[in-house]
Design a binder for this molecule. Structure first.
Ligand SMILES: Nc1ncnc2c1ncn2[C@@H]1O[C@H](COP(=O)(O)OP(=O)(O)OP(=O)(O)O)[C@@H](O)[C@H]1O
Ligand SMILES: [Mg+2]
Length: 374
């Protein structure tokens, strides 16, 4: 996101869109660019509240809409002016809305900072007002339609910060070098990596993923010294292949546990890899002992997630299933996968278990859970 010389709120009426090499409609020029620095957190929610029903936003107060330059589909940054106060929200028509909501709610439950979210049905009064106002304010209806073409729309609070793909190395170094910041930020890297493993999110920290991760889905809030998990997701492995995924994760976690217990001053391959990925993203050398803090954070999240109750996750899922109209992406959240991952996080520190054993136990637990619920 860059700042623009254009006057805030100025509307350009010339055609400003084209198709990119993938056939996706993109702006040649952004119609509305505002200095994001002034935007205040828009929604005053109690700490850790995750609500599917937030107070309505008065969409008539929208003065500008700008599409993000990053992301596969991208989001709209929406600028509202309320009684002289500038506010901002982000809207997104995710193709995996349920998964994104579920994983965002879980992140917040586990103490990982993430934007507050809510969902609006496009057919509802609020959805219609939102859509119409975006059309009125944005000069390119094709772009509005291409982003908001789903039945349900996700609204996120707008957050101050820089995603790790866009942060200049000096800014990251300045932040990480503040007293106590380095250790805490590195721990948070470990926490997010374990969280992504839990939900098989392959689009951020690449602990089990065969890729170099995605720094556009993690944001640094320098002021508060926190990493924010953006664009959260879950990808349940299908039943036929879940045991081998569990084996893979068990291998990774066990080697991290063993290293921590037996060789606490030595780096293990997995945490070292996370450190290298982070160094690649930010362009700075983090120091030889960085693995220690990343590992601490990772193991801490494993322990916190292991304490989650099956019923908590099932209730969260039931909230999403109850939404009208049906939320796209519900299939990404599978009970057997979640239960198996919780069991894995609980049992791997204690003893050697195979993926098959974990899956079998997970299915048993779910049967018992269902029986006690009826
Ligand atoms: N709440 C927010 N506050 C500030 N910036 C945000 C926020 N949400 C998203 N962004 C910015 O917009 C970019 C795109 O958002 P996001 O990652 O959710 O979309 P996406 O990658 O297109 O999604 P998907 O890949 O799931 O279709 C992010 O990389 C980030 O730069
Ligand atoms: Mg993204």
């Amino acid at each position: 996101m860059d700042s623009s010389p254009k006057q805030q709120g100025a509307v350009d009426t010339s055609p400003t869109y084209t198709k990119d090499e993938n056939g996706k409609w993109v702006s040649l020029e952004q119609e509305h660019k505002f200095k994001f620095d002034f935007a205040l957190p828009p929604l005053q929610l109690p700490p850790n509240a995750v609500q599917l029903v937030m107070p309505s936003i008065d969409w008539s107060k929208v003065v500008g809409v700008q599409r993000s330059s990053a992301g596969s589909v991208g989001v709209f940054f929406v600028h509202l002016k309320h009684e002289g106060t500038d506010r901002a929200v982000v809207i997104k028509a995710s193709s995996d809305l349920a998964g994104e909501l579920f994983s965002t709610m879980l992140a917040l439950k586990l103490g990982i900072p993430a934007p507050f979210v809510k969902v609006v049905s496009r057919a509802s009064d609020e959805g219609k007002a939102l859509y119409q106002r975006c059309l009125d304010v944005h000069t390119n209806p094709v772009e509005v339609e291409s982003v908001l073409c789903k039945k349900t729309i996700l609204i996120r609070e707008y957050l101050q910060g820089k995603t790790l793909d866009s942060i200049r190395s000096e800014a990251f170094r300045d932040c990480i070098n503040l007293p106590l910041r380095r250790e805490s930020l590195l721990r948070q890297v470990g926490e997010v990596a374990a969280f992504d493993l839990l939900l098989n999110n392959i689009d951020r920290m690449p602990l089990a993923a065969d890729n170099r991760g995605n720094p556009a889905n993690i944001m640094l809030d320098c002021e508060q010294g926190r990493l924010i998990a953006l664009d959260n997701g879950i990808c349940s492995i299908n039943k036929e292949n879940v045991a081998s995924y569990l084996d893979k994760c068990a291998g990774i976690l066990r080697s991290i546990f063993v290293a921590q217990e037996k060789f606490p001053d030595m780096a293990d391959a997995h945490t070292k890899y996370l450190q290298e990925v982070l160094e690649g993203w930010t362009g700075i050398c983090l120091g030889d002992d960085s693995f220690k803090y990343i590992r601490e954070g990772l193991l801490d999240l494993v322990s916190r997630a292991g304490q989650l109750k099956t019923s908590t996750l099932m209730e969260m899922k039931a909230d999403l299933e109850a939404f009208d109209p049906d939320m796209i992406g519900l299939h990404t959240i599978q009970d057997y996968f979640l239960e198996a991952m919780l069991l894995l996080f609980r049992e791997v520190p204690l003893h050697d278990v195979s993926g098959e054993e974990i899956l079998e136990k997970a299915l048993q637990n779910l049967d018992e859970h269902d029986a006690s619920a009826t």
